[in-house]
Design a protein around this ligand. Structure first.
Ligand SMILES: [Zn+2]
Length: 265
């Protein structure tokens, strides 16, 4: 049993193929641990190892969110399902993803789950007391980002995406914004966010807290901590550069501590 306080735990902060293949940073995704629900977002290679290292039990996960089919976001999905369901003995757990990404889950493992839910941007689904909203992405393959709305806070995970103005509208009214910032200032690209893009997004969305993660090798060379400081300097928004094992307490950043979810609908 985990304690009752919600936590967001970074089981990996590696972004591009080089960083992930050499495991310069881990790539186990992000765990959102709530009192009654453990959500595993984008279980890339090293997910099980990182769960253990960070003292979480895969059996307590009941919801997997997979943003897209790239290996560094989805590789360990079958292994996590195997863990959640005790090798299929317990038909339990929910996978939320977009249609294209279902190709990475074996038919056998789909059958182990209670439900597989396919979402398109703007569609939403209730999982226990939590609402999961699919967000648009502008990446090299189809996919979705996620907004998780709990009773006390909301957190957006951008997933992999290039910059687009539509993102700002989709991210509006989020307390915590997790951005996959693959590249540093001056190295923008079509399919991924750079620090320049993070500045554009944060200036418009104005979350209580921004967390940058999913770093490519150029970003690591430039030092994500320095990049986070500079993004903060240009926007005034608090920005944290996630490290492997970083734990965030979302409660501290909740705006409407009583009725966040009711106010959102
Ligand atoms: Zn990708």
């Amino acid at each position: 049993m985990g304690d009752m306080e919600p936590k967001i735990v970074f089981l990996g902060t590696g972004g591009d193929a080089l960083v992930v293949s050499k495991q310069l940073r881990a790539s186990g995704g992000i765990l959102v641990s709530l009192p009654d629900l453990q959500i595993h977002i984008d279980p890339g290679p090293s997910s099980l190892t990182e769960l253990r290292r960070n003292r979480f039990n895969v059996r307590e996960t009941s919801c997997i969110l997979v943003s897209h089919q790239h290996i560094n976001h989805s590789n360990d999905t079958n292994a996590i399902i195997q863990g959640i369901t005790l090798g299929g003995l317990d038909k339990t757990g929910v996978l939320v993803t977009d249609e294209a990404a279902t190709s990475i889950v074996s038919d056998y493992h789909k059958g182990c789950l209670e439900r597989v839910i396919l979402l398109q941007p703007e569609q939403r689904v209730g999982i226990g007391d939590v609402e999961v909203v699919a967000l648009p992405t502008f990446h090299s393959v189809p996919g979705i980002g996620f907004k998780i709305i709990t009773e006390t806070f909301s957190v957006v995970y951008s997933a992999d995406t290039g910059y687009n103005e539509k993102l700002c509208a989709a991210y509006a009214d989020s307390d915590i914004l997790i951005l996959n910032v693959v590249a540093p200032f001056g190295l923008g690209s079509e399919y991924n966010l750079s620090s320049d893009d993070a500045v554009k997004i944060l200036s418009k969305v104005k979350p209580k807290l921004a967390i940058i993660t999913h770093f490519g090798i150029k970003m690591i060379d430039e030092d994500p901590i320095y990049q986070a400081r500079e993004i903060h300097h240009r926007t005034g928004i608090p920005v944290i550069a996630a490290e492997d094992g970083t734990v965030i307490s979302p409660w501290a950043y909740a705006i409407h501590k009583q009725q966040k979810r009711l106010n959102s609908f």
